[in-house]
Design a protein around this ligand. Structure first.
Ligand SMILES: N[C@@H](CCC(=O)NCCCC(=O)O)C(=O)O
Length: 253
């Protein structure tokens, strides 16, 4: 009997009423279960109270999701955020070390939106906090007043790096249309990352970990959104799942 790969999804913290919760969006859970063929395991944002190495050693993959919260700027030497910015320090304290442990232990990793930004920060890179205020960059935020199908619909094109993983998954296409729901973006690219895609304004929108022994890729857009309707999204999740399944076979043999 083939065991499905166990894929960890670190949660966000969220106040619901007066009570704090650990939460994860349903579309990420289904991207793991239906898109990657894995068993989703939600991981609470407990930071240093978790034995990160022990936990990563039990996983076959790690999906770092998007979130409306921003990585705390002190994590990358940034200026203080604008007052009222939503942060999630408990999530930062969990995802950043988990990313490094997964890369160190060869556990396949897929980052999405905030997860893409966290990969860059975890490896020593930095972020633009408000991309839309920087001359030369366009507005990459969604219209929050629009229906979700519009917010997560195609927003701009990204140019895929020839010979990259995404270009291969896109059957050699040199650009694809993606959605865009982010105010932050990559500033200083961390050492050890290779650009996989750029937006038309030049903003980096996808990276891979150059020397990673396993699948280690992150995108600024949202392939988990209705992935079954988008060939590249489906191929990306399937490729991540295949890498996790291969890891499971090695781990469980
Ligand atoms: N807060 C960061 C990252 C934005 C992000 O992850 N957006 C998606 C949130 C909702 C979802 O999970 O689909 C930024 O603003 O750049």
């Amino acid at each position: 009997m083939t065991q499905k790969p166990l894929i960890g999804i670190p949660a966000c913290t969220r106040l619901i009423g007066e009570h704090p919760f650990h939460v994860c969006g349903d579309k990420y859970v289904r991207a793991v279960s239906d898109g990657a063929g894995g068993v989703p395991l939600l991981i609470p944002a407990l930071g240093g109270t978790l034995d990160i190495d022990d936990l990563i050693g039990r996983l076959d993959g790690l999906l770092i999701t998007g979130s409306p919260s921003n990585v705390e700027p002190q994590r990358y030497g940034g200026e203080p955020s604008e007052p009222g910015t939503l942060h999630d320090p408990a999530r930062d304290a969990t995802t950043l070390p988990m990313i490094l442990a997964a890369l160190d232990m060869g556990v396949p990793l897929l980052g999405i939106c905030r997860g893409f930004q966290e990969l860059n920060v975890a490896l020593g890179g930095s972020l633009h906090q408000r991309v839309h205020e920087i001359p030369g960059y366009t507005n990459h935020r969604e219209d929050k007043s629009a229906p979700l199908t519009v917010q997560y619909g195609p927003s701009h094109r990204v140019h895929l790096t020839p010979g990259g993983i995404l270009a291969g998954l896109a059957n050699g296409a040199d650009s694809v249309a993606v959605n865009s729901l982010h105010a932050q973006g990559l500033d200083r690219l961390a050492d050890g990352l290779t650009v996989e895609a750029r937006a038309e304004d030049g903003l980096v929108e996808a990276v891979r970990v150059t020397a990673a022994p396993a699948f280690a890729l992150a995108v600024q857009w949202h392939p988990e959104w209705r992935f079954w309707d988008d060939p590249l999204s489906a191929a990306l999740l399937h490729s991540f799942g295949a890498a996790a399944a291969a890891h499971a076979r090695r781990r469980l043999r």
